[in-house]
Write a protein that binds this ligand. Structure first.
Ligand SMILES: CC(C)(COP(=O)(O)OP(=O)(O)OC[C@H]1O[C@@H](n2cnc3c(N)ncnc32)[C@H](O)[C@@H]1OP(=O)(O)O)[C@@H](O)C(=O)NCCC(=O)NCCS
Length: 226
C-alpha cells in the first residue's frame, strides 16, 4: 500500500483553494457539533465526541478546514517513507485556525474498522472532499491493520451510498428501524478485504483519479502532522 501515500506532484493552479486535514481535538468539538447539526437530523451530543477522543488508540477522528484567505501555511519538506495515512502535503500542527467544513471518524478494533460519521458542509460538497475524508479513513484503517471497513447508512441516503459504492463497498444487510429520529432502516455496507491486492490496486486508481480531479479544480489538500 506504500504507493497509496505518494503525492500527485501536481502543482497548484493560480486560484488555489486550500483545505487542511487535521486530527480532531477537544477544542474542535463545539464547531464540529455545529456543522453536524447542519448535516444530520440526529446529531450526537458533544459529550459523545469528547468520549471518542479520549481513546485515540481505538478511535480516529479528523477534521477538514477550509483555508479561507490567502494566508500562508508553510508546508513541511517532503519526507521519504511517510506513514500510510499521509496522503497529502504535510503542514505543521496548529497553523490552520480556519473553519471546519468537514469531519469524519471511525473506530478500529479486532481487525474491524467501523465508520461512525462523515460529513461535508453543504456549500463544499461535490468537490471531492467527501472522498478525501473517506480515503483518509480507509488508509488509516489499513495502517492500523484492519481487515475490512464497515458502516451503516440510511436507506434514503443515496449520495453517501454512491460514495461508498465508488470505493467498492457493497450492501451486506439491513438494520431495521436503526435511526431513532424517524425509525428509518440502515444498510450495512462493507469494503472488500483490505489486504486483497485487487482492492489495493483499485484504491490506488481511485486515489490517483481523486488527486487529478482536485488538481484540475484548483484544490490543494494539506495534511497537518499529528
Ligand atoms: C456524503 C457526503 C459526505 C459526500 O460528500 P461530498 O464532498 O459531496 O462528496 P464528493 O464530492 O467527494 O463525492 C464523491 C462521490 O460520492 C458520490 N456522491 C456525492 N454526492 C452525491 C450526490 N448528491 N448524488 C449522487 N452521488 C453523490 C458520488 O459517487 C461522488 O463521486 P463522483 O463525483 O465521481 O460522482 C455529503 O453528501 C454529506 O456530508 N452528506 C450529509 C452527511 C451524510 O449523509 N453522511 C453520511 C452518513 S452515512
Amino acid at each position: 500500500m506504500e504507493e497509496v501515500v505518494r503525492r500527485s506532484g501536481a502543482e497548484p493552479q493560480s486560484e488555489v483553494r486550500r483545505y487542511v486535514l487535521a486530527p480532531m481535538r477537544n477544542d474542535d468539538v463545539p464547531e464540529v457539533s455545529r456543522l453536524e447539526r447542519r448535516c444530520f437530523t440526529n446529531p450526537w451530543p458533544e459529550s459523545a465526541y469528547y468520549r471518542e477522543l479520549r481513546e485515540p488508540d481505538r478511535n480516529y477522528y479528523i477534521v477538514l478546514r477550509w483555508q479561507v484567505s490567502g494566508a500562508e501555511i508553510e508546508p513541511e519538506p517532503v519526507v521519504a517513507g511517510s506513514p500510510l495515512a499521509r496522503l497529502f502535503r504535510p503542514v505543521r500542527p496548529r497553523t490552520s485556525p480556519y473553519p471546519i467544513v468537514g469531519f469524519a471518524g471511525m473506530w478500529v478494533i479486532y481487525g474491524e474498522a467501523h465508520v461512525t460519521t462523515i460529513a461535508v458542509a453543504p456549500e463544499h460538497r461535490r468537490l471531492g472532499l467527501g472522498e478525501v475524508l473517506f480515503l483518509t479513513l480507509i488508509s488509516e484503517a489499513i495502517r492500523r491493520g484492519a481487515e475490512f471497513v464497515t458502516l451503516e447508512v440510511r436507506v434514503s441516503n443515496t449520495a453517501a451510498q454512491a460514495l461508498y459504492a465508488k470505493y467498492g463497498f457493497t450492501q451486506r444487510g439491513v438494520r431495521p428501524r436503526y435511526y431513532s429520529d424517524n425509525l428509518e432502516d440502515a444498510y450495512i455496507m462493507t469494503s472488500p478485504p483490505l489486504r486483497d491486492p485487487a482492492y489495493r490496486q483499485q484504491l490506488l486508481q481511485l486515489r490517483d483519479r481523486l488527486l487529478a480531479r482536485l488538481a484540475a479544480e484548483g484544490i490543494e489538500i494539506l495534511e497537518e502532522a499529528a
